[in-house]
Design a protein around this ligand. Structure first.
Ligand code: BDP
Length: 663
């Protein structure tokens, strides 16, 4: 096999008190997901405990020991929820539905992997979010847009690829609670438009079946202009009757061919993709047309809100890309059909290392919403730098939007707690590829694992998730656990320190988005500026500037609008200030830039040293792979430091207070 099993690479445990439970599994196994649950328990028992598991149909006799998979919904359990309890040698996994059984089974396996006893176990979990989705930006030629882990394992040479990886991937995803996967890039070009037709549709159906056995629904990204590319229309106008009829018919065919299809993800009117604006229609018109067509089959339309003008005039101080999501969508609140979900990126720009939370969270009350994050580290080191993103996602989820008196955080909104939505949740742009370890950097797997676990249970801390991942991946040696935990937890702050300062973002090489280029995006059309001159820097997004800050509910609007109350880490996102402006920390902006950039490199060195001290304690091949990347990271962090510090030194002529060398 040309790939590893990531956190499902089981290690033997000899003297485990859990052995007795894994010798027998009771239940009904005809339903495919139930069967999967059994097979997973059987595999873990064999690989970890050397125990052969017996499949026993029906209910256990009184006094029996083993595991009982019991789909007998308790009131307190949702369809995907589970309750694990152990009494007198019998572990009962009760669940609201078959997927709950599967998640409960993986939870039991985690007990094994992390060396906890099931004796006396009592664990009840209902997933926080109804939808927990991975978005793959895979193209049919096998490339992956913003992919840093090799080639696609879904497509190769214009064909749909089904092999051992497909199942291995479904296992990894289901083990952390993922229940939806979009297999193709949001930029639907070329043959990808044809995935809804034969000969591709049958292959997609085959893949959808493999996923369905793991409780996962397959989704496709859709080309809004498909009626023009596949039909012989010269329009894709969502209000054109013939176009609407074409979609209805097409969806009828697609859902018949691919019975387990969840629905579609649509990027429209964004970065050159077609959309309703071409026809003078709005995004509710566009989304609703498709939603109507998929409704008879229980399909859903996930509509992205990443809509902005990417042909902006950089001389224009008034137009602000940050405003565009809210400006395009907030006024459409209430107009979307109930099988439409708006997918909103975590921030208003584009997955920078630091952004404020997108104001559409809390800006709409009658619209289903999904929070989109990116675990593909496009702007956070491209899986050559270690950057554990779960702490960032936790902050975003915890953000209070003040859209209601209670339950007003992003986590509340996307879980459905705030407005009672059934269709909502979290999606991540995936970081996988056909590299042997799935994610390029071995430590990037913590983001894949972590996204799944966090979206299932948003109250887990970033440390808890990291520790689980470490123990599942590397075993429970305490030194290994502590040191890798330390590396992960310091990695996002470190990356932020040597990157663009104080929320301004974008000092990155255009196009590739890797490595420093301070003015790379400064005089271009993308709306991504820092506005630095010899006196100061930052974008005035207050009510005296672009007014973006006013898109938030109070008191957030005032908090950001006011220079002094605006949090330091976002100061330059919201305000243009002189270099000598004193932050709340007491430092000048310039000195903060110098200090953090020196610190960031020191942190990168520290992470590398921590890893080096684990030589011989983690598998050699993983040790080598990660060390090579950590060494590169130290070198590359220094490049970031030097370019950014020198740039500001030369702009200002003011040196470092501590006299460190700046070129
Ligand atoms: C940007 C990426 C681009 C994506 C786009 C999107 O650079 O490749 O197509 O986002 O999310 O981050 O649609």
């Amino acid at each position: 096999m040309d790939f590893e099993q990531a956190w499902l690479s089981y290690r033997k445990r000899t003297d485990d008190t859990n052995r007795q439970y894994f010798a027998a599994v009771y239940g009904e196994f005809e339903e495919p997901v139930m069967n999967t649950a059994f097979l997973e328990i059987e595999r873990a028992a064999a690989e970890i405990l050397d125990v052969k598991t017996e499949r026993k149909r029906g209910m256990p006799e009184p006094g029996a020991t083993g595991i009982w998979l019991k789909t007998d919904p308790e009131e307190a359990l949702s369809e995907e929820g589970y309750h694990i309890s152990e009494r007198d040698g019998l572990v009962v996994i009760a669940a609201g539905g078959v997927r709950g059984i599967l998640y409960g089974s993986f939870a039991c396996i985690r007990y094994l992997q992390t060396g906890r006893t099931l004796r006396g176990a009592e664990l009840r979990e209902n997933p926080s979010n109804p939808l927990r989705i991975l978005n793959h930006w895979d193209n049919m030629d096998g490339s992956i847009e913003r992919g840093y882990s090799g080639k696609s394992f879904f497509f190769r040479d214009q064909e749909v690829l089904i092999n051992e990886r497909t199942v291995a991937y479904a296992r990894l995803a289901a083990s952390v609670g993922i229940n939806g996967v979009v297999i193709n890039n949001v930029n639907v070009r070329g043959n990808a438009t044809r995935l809804i037709e034969e000969p591709y549709a049958s292959k997609v159906a085959e893949m959808a079946k493999i996923f369905a056995d793991y409780g996962i629904r397959l989704f496709l990204s859709l080309n809004f202009a498909a009626p023009m590319e596949l039909g012989d229309f010269d329009t894709a106008d969502p209000l054109d009757e013939e176009v609407r009829e074409w979609w209805k018919e097409k969806m009828g065919e697609v859902f018949t061919r691919i019975p387990n299809l969840g629905g579609f993800l649509v990027k429209a009117d964004s970065e050159g993709r077609p959309g309703p604006f071409t026809y003078g229609r709005d995004h509710a018109d566009g989304a609703n047309m498709l939603a109507e067509a998929v409704k008879p089959y229980g399909g859903i339309i996930i509509w992205r809100c990443f809509v902005y003008n990417c042909q902006q005039d950089w001389r224009d101080y008034k137009t602000d890309r940050a405003r565009s999501g809210y400006d395009n969508f907030a006024s459409l609140d209430g107009r979307f059909l109930d099988n439409v979900i708006l997918q909103v990126k975590n921030g208003p720009m584009d997955f920078q290392v630091r952004e404020p939370v997108h104001p559409l969270f809390g800006g709409m009350k009658e619209t289903n919403q999904i929070l989109e994050v990116q675990i593909a580290q496009e702007y956070t080191g491209q899986q050559r730098h270690v950057c554990y993103l779960i702490p960032m996602f936790r902050e975003i989820l915890a953000f209070r939007t003040y859209c209601s008196e209670t339950e007003d955080t992003v986590a509340d909104i996307v879980s459905g707690r705030t407005w009672g939505n059934k269709l909502c949740g979290m999606a991540a742009v995936a970081n996988t590829g056909d590299d042997v370890n799935w994610t390029g950097h071995d430590m990037a797997a913590a983001n894949l694992y972590g996204f799944g676990r966090l979206s299932f249970q948003t109250d887990l801390t970033a440390e808890e998730i990291a520790e689980e991942w470490i123990v599942c991946t590397f075993g429970d040696d305490s030194e290994v656990r502590e040191k890798i935990l330390k590396i992960l937890m310091m990695s996002w702050p470190a990356y932020e320190k040597y990157n663009a300062p104080l929320g301004i973002g974008w000092m990155v090489n255009p196009n590739f988005h890797y490595g420093p280029s301070v003015d790379g995006y400064e005089y271009s059309r993308w709306g991504t500026y820092h506005r630095a001159d010899h006196e100061g820097l930052g974008v005035d997004r207050s009510d005296r500037g672009t007014g973006y800050a006013m898109q938030y509910n109070e008191p957030n609007a005032s908090l950001y609008n006011d220079l002094d109350s605006c949090p330091d880490e976002l100061k330059l996102f919201f305000h243009h200030v002189p270099y000598t402006y004193r932050l709340r920390s007491g430092k000048t902006v310039l000195q903060h830039i110098y200090d953090t950039h020196f610190e960031g490199v020191a942190d990168a060195e520290k992470m590398k040293e921590l890893w080096q001290s684990l030589e011989g304690k983690v598998p050699e091949r993983i040790y080598r792979r990660a060390l090579e990347r950590l060494e590169h990271q130290v070198w590359h962090a220094a490049e970031w430091r030097d370019q950014i510090n020198s740039y500001f030194f030369r702009k200002t002529g003011i040196g470092d207070e501590q006299g460190r060398e700046i070129y």
